[in-house]
Design a protein. Structure first.
Ligand SMILES: Nc1ncnc2c1ncn2[C@@H]1O[C@H](COP(=O)(O)OP(=O)(O)O)[C@@H](O)[C@H]1O
Ligand SMILES: [Mg+2]
Length: 248
């Protein structure tokens, strides 16, 4: 049985078919990369999985139960954590306090004591490489560090599945390598990952499978190296003329 199963999910906004019948599964322990041109429906897909949007049609199953239409906090408590493309921490708090909020409010069962939440924060801040900056006010963090903080806040909720929306956008080569290490550490800690990423090096570097969305539909799915060589994918990104030129 797969951990997450997306079946024929569709979502419209006015006249736009943001998602038009998307189907795929995520196995426990997998890292699935989702790529596709701007406007392809990638963020909408994460929003449907995490409950921010209710799909118009189709089903989303978490293990044996349908989670379609559940409120975001309920989906989070089932063990699905996410980051947002636009980072929005609590500005007046430190890195550690921001992270502890995830541990305090995102968990199933009895609420943690504040001390326990802070300990949990310290643990996940080490995983994302922010341990030494845990007492910084968040406003002092650089862009890559703010993205790490987003991941830490999601991890503090102890997710079994983590959804990452372009957490490596705007990073330089060294920062991308560090972020790749972070993703591998998260996976090695037993968390299944679905990540949206424009940086192809990331997709090839950590994903076992890649899925290409285009106009709300799955264009190609398979091992990353094969997917990125696929003519349909090259066309979707660069236009048909480029793809033809490559074949000459
Ligand atoms: N809340 C919304 N209201 C109206 N249109 C939306 C909304 N969210 C997404 N869309 C539209 O749905 C399409 C897919 O957007 P999105 O999922 O953000 O794409 P991606 O993340 O792949 O760039 C776009 O045409 C976008 O304008
Ligand atoms: Mg997006």
């Amino acid at each position: 049985m797969s951990l997450l199963a997306i079946r024929d999910v569709s979502k419209r906004f006015g006249g736009v078919n943001a998602l038009a019948g998307v189907t795929f599964e995520v196995e426990q322990g997998d890292i699935l990369g989702i790529i596709g041109p701007n406007g392809a429906g990638k963020t909408t897909l994460l929003n449907c999985i995490s409950g921010l949007y209710r799909p118009d049609a189709g089903d989303i199953r978490w293990e044996t139960t349908s989670i379609r239409g559940l409120a975001p906090y309920r989906i989070a408590r089932l063990g699905i954590g996410r980051t947002f493309q636009i980072v929005r921490p609590f500005p007046s708090m430190t890195v550690r306090e921001n992270t502890a909020m995830g541990a305090l409010f995102g968990r199933p069962g009895a609420r943690l004591q504040p001390g326990a939440a802070l300990n949990e924060a310290d643990m996940v801040l080490d995983v994302v490489g922010l341990g030494e900056k845990r007492h910084y006010p968040v406003l002092r963090l650089t862009v890559p560090d703010r993205k790490r903080l987003e991941v830490a806040r999601a991890l503090a909720m102890r997710p079994r599945l983590l959804l990452l929306d372009e957490v490596m956008a705007g990073l330089n080569q060294v920062e991308i390598e560090q972020a790749l290490e972070m993703v591998r550490r998260v996976r090695d800690s037993g968390v299944t990952i679905v990540l949206i990423e424009h940086v192809m090096k990331v997709i090839v570097g950590v994903c076992r499978r890649a899925l290409v969305l285009n106009f709300g539909r799955t264009l190609v799915e398979g091992p990353p190296a094969e997917v990125l060589k696929d003519r349909r994918v090259i066309e979707a990104y660069l236009g048909q003329r480029y793809a033809r030129d490559q074949e000459k």
